[in-house]
Design a protein around this ligand. Structure first.
Ligand SMILES: Cc1cc2nc3c(=O)[nH]c(=O)nc-3n(C[C@H](O)[C@H](O)[C@H](O)COP(=O)(O)OP(=O)(O)OC[C@H]3O[C@@H](n4cnc5c(N)ncnc54)[C@H](O)[C@@H]3O)c2cc1C
Length: 454
């Protein structure tokens, strides 16, 4: 019987193991993971910390026994400390320090990412936390429950930073959100970032953009966060949300090639440079469907898709990863903000001739109670009319995610803005309009191009 070994038990690893067993039920599949939380949704940590999700056990996508019921042997609490590519063995160290060599015929590396400390000094001090693992979440929650946090600083105003600012504010903790970029959420254009900043401030968050933090120091029982231009602030709790780095050193040391930001190099079947060894998720480069080249885009949605392809390939199938568009959505208090594809500056850098137009519309017919405003930015190529990207902000119950997914589908199929207008989208006054907000934005873009040309 052929043995598949998977290193990593989160989104990519579990999906790979499940798919491999589906494709070849005769495969003997073993999954080792360094922690005790197979298939937990770390994406849910901000909602656990806010108190919206009360019990961390509820963050499991699947329970361990459901995974085992699929014929997968789960070995939690086993950190791989080495891979011998010639002997086809992985060294797994248990929590008491005992090593075992596990043999494989095929291997999937799904070791994910680790939180970046952004070169800030003092991130190892008590009271300073990153947020990437369930254990990280449990230690922040313990600190919050102890009741001694009267003020918090969140460093990093990307999506995890804004989610954490929201989470802490829900616990009535005053928060300072610090970001290096000129506006919050630099993954969207500044005009939409400004709306998110207003929403944060409306909910009592102090926002300070354009500030680079250099160090955190102990200040008696408190902490002092120190940054550029004389910035300094005393606080009780610091969350460092400065992005992630691929957790690729184990595999790189064993001979797997690395590329962008030291992420593992894979082809579209998630094959590495070593035959029989596959890799997926936050530890690998991601094929960008629009750019037609590898990028680094660590997202849970992508990790699931890549894991499935890796599992299929490891079991002898031949599906290819179809590429990411960087589609994402985040909820910030009452707003949702989403994007897919390229922003104007990214499209220019990629050699397109982009033109971006912003549209304000209602999320359903304005006469029906509860209509909310949407702001949509469409980026498309002036020469070909091809859609290149879209961004949207609106009330979190105004179907922002659904609408960005319509754009993402259009991008996936290389549609023009004109063609978006022809889509047969649903309509009833309490939920939309005869021309959906997506199509209104497409029409505004087309009209702006016409008036530019006249
Ligand atoms: C707070 C937060 C919110 C997020 N929100 C979203 C969201 O809303 N939408 C979205 O798409 N994405 C979101 N993400 C990103 C998403 O969670 C990740 O992209 C996804 O978890 C990546 O999955 P992965 O399996 O590649 O790696 P990881 O989840 O990082 O898991 C890595 C696995 O490898 C194991 N491992 C590591 N090293 C070893 C070793 N040496 N030996 C054995 N096992 C090892 C770990 O124990 C773990 O099981 C969020 C992330 C965070 C932290």
């Amino acid at each position: 019987m052929s043995r598949l070994l998977v290193i990593g038990g989160s989104d990519a690893g579990v999906t790979a193991a499940l798919r491999a067993r589906e494709v070849d039920p005769s495969l003997e599949v073993t999954m080792i993971l360094a922690d005790q939380y197979p298939n937990f949704s770390i994406c849910g940590l901000p909602f656990f910390l806010s108190g919206e999700v009360d019990d961390w056990h509820d963050l499991a996508h699947r329970k361990a026994d459901e995974i085992a019921a699929q014929g997968i042997q789960l070995l939690p609490g086993r950190a791989s400390t080495g891979i011998d590519m010639r002997a086809h063995t992985v060294t797994a160290r248990d929590e008491s320090g005992v090593d075992a060599a596990l043999r494989y015929d095929a291997l999937v590396v799904a070791t994910g990412a680790r939180a970046s400390r952004s070169g800030i000094e003092g991130t190892d001090l008590a009271g300073v936390h990153t947020l990437h693992t369930i254990d990280d979440g449990l230690s922040v929650r313990k600190r919050l429950n102890a009741g001694s946090v009267e003020h918090a600083v969140v460093i990093g105003s990307g999506y995890i930073g804004v989610e954490m600012a929201d989470a802490l504010a829900r616990r009535r903790i005053p928060v300072l959100l610090l970001g290096r970029s000129p506006t919050v959420l630099p993954t969207v254009d500044p005009s939409l970032g400004a709306l998110i900043q207003e929403e944060l401030e409306r909910n009592g968050i102090e926002v300070r953009s354009g500030t680079t933090v250099r160090a955190i120091a102990a200040a008696g029982a408190r902490l002092e966060v120190v940054g550029d231009n004389g910035f300094s602030r005393r606080t009780d709790l610091v969350i460092v949300a400065g992005g992630v780095e691929p957790n690729s050193s184990l595999a790189a040391d064993a001979g797997l090639a690395t590329g962008l930001r030291k992420a593992l190099v894979v082809d579209r079947q998630m094959r590495t440079n070593v035959p029989g060894v596959f890799a997926a998720g936050d530890c690998v480069e991601t094929w960008h469907r629009l750019l037609q080249r590898p990028t680094y885009l660590p997202l849970g949605t992508t990790a699931h898709k890549q894991g499935r392809v890796a599992g299929e390939a490891a079991a002898g199938g031949d599906r290819a990863f179809q590429g990411s568009l960087g589609t994402q959505v985040v909820k910030v208090f009452d707003l949702a903000v989403a994007r897919t594809g390229l922003r104007d500056d990214e499209a220019t850098a990629a050699g397109f001739t982009p033109f971006t137009v912003e549209t304000a519309s209602w999320h359903h017919k304005a006469y029906y109670p509860g209509a909310q405003r949407l702001r949509t930015r469409v980026t498309a190529d002036l020469r070909t009319g091809r859609l290149l990207g879209a961004q949207m902000v609106g009330h979190w119950q105004a179907e922002v995610a659904k609408r960005i997914d319509v754009f993402a589908t259009g991008l996936f199929h290389a549609m023009t803005v004109d063609a978006l207008n022809d889509l047969d989208l649903s309509y009833t006054p309490p939920m939309g309009a005869p021309w959906d907000a997506v199509q209104e934005a497409a029409q505004t873009w087309l009209a702006a191009v016409r008036s530019r040309r006249n």
